[in-house]
Design a protein around this ligand. Structure first.
Ligand code: ZN
Length: 210
């Protein structure tokens, strides 16, 4: 794709989506139990200097890997450009995603018209999925609350974008073609033995009920 046609797509939204970009920006009216707070990464900086359109077909669930780190703490790290890419395959120099969820709130970091860098570098996971990070806590009650809030968010996004139930996927789902087709054991708080099992199935049931 040449630069002119890329820019046109970036303006109009993804050509493969039935949903025009103007209806995929922002969050609309989120229901009370989701209550999204917006704290965006500065436009044009920290990964958002180079934009790829998001064509929403999946919702990818992660967990942060940093115990005790809240959604607000992650929002600040993203806003200050402190989550740098760890591999050369990251095209924008930073890791970033759409939402972080903890036991108290949902924070949105990125418009839903823009692809993040959270799943599989230049693979379909980043190009077609909304990225949700669930915060990790030692306290079981806080962890449970964060997981339940993430399920409510995923259920709401699924309805809003017409994402099929089996397109709510763990990060593990995406093949890391830059790393010998490795599958990252993420979200680790919902994996069994490093892969989706009973905990992941329970999460999907929670999404289905939310
Ligand atoms: Zn992940």
């Amino acid at each position: 794709m040449n630069r002119r046609s890329f820019l046109r797509l970036a303006t109009l939204g993804c050509a493969c989506c039935a949903v025009p970009a103007c209806t995929t920006t922002g969050t609309g009216t989120a229901p009370g139990p989701v209550a999204i707070r917006t704290d965006l990464i500065p436009n044009g900086r920290f990964g958002r200097q180079r934009k790829f359109p998001l064509c929403v077909r999946y919702i990818t669930i992660h967990s942060t890997g940093s115990r005790g780190g809240t959604a607000a703490a992650h929002a600040r790290l993203l806003r200050e450009g402190r989550i740098r890419a760890k591999t050369k395959w990251n095209r924008r120099g930073y890791n970033f995603w759409h939402f972080t969820v903890d036991d108290c709130e949902v924070v949105q970091h990125l418009p839903l018209s823009e692809a993040g860098e959270h799943a599989d570098h230049d693979g379909p996971g980043n190009a077609t999925s909304i990225g949700i990070e669930i915060c990790e806590f030692r306290e079981p009650a806080r962890q449970r609350a964060a997981i339940e809030r993430a399920a409510r968010l995923a259920a709401w996004l699924r309805r809003r974008f017409g994402v099929p139930p089996d397109h709510v996927v763990p990060h593990y789902f995406w093949t890391m073609h830059r790393f010998n087709n490795w599958h990252k054991p993420c979200p680790r708080i919902l994996m069994d033995g490093g892969r989706p099992g009973a905990k992941w199935e329970a999460f999907l049931r929670l999404v289905g009920r939310s």
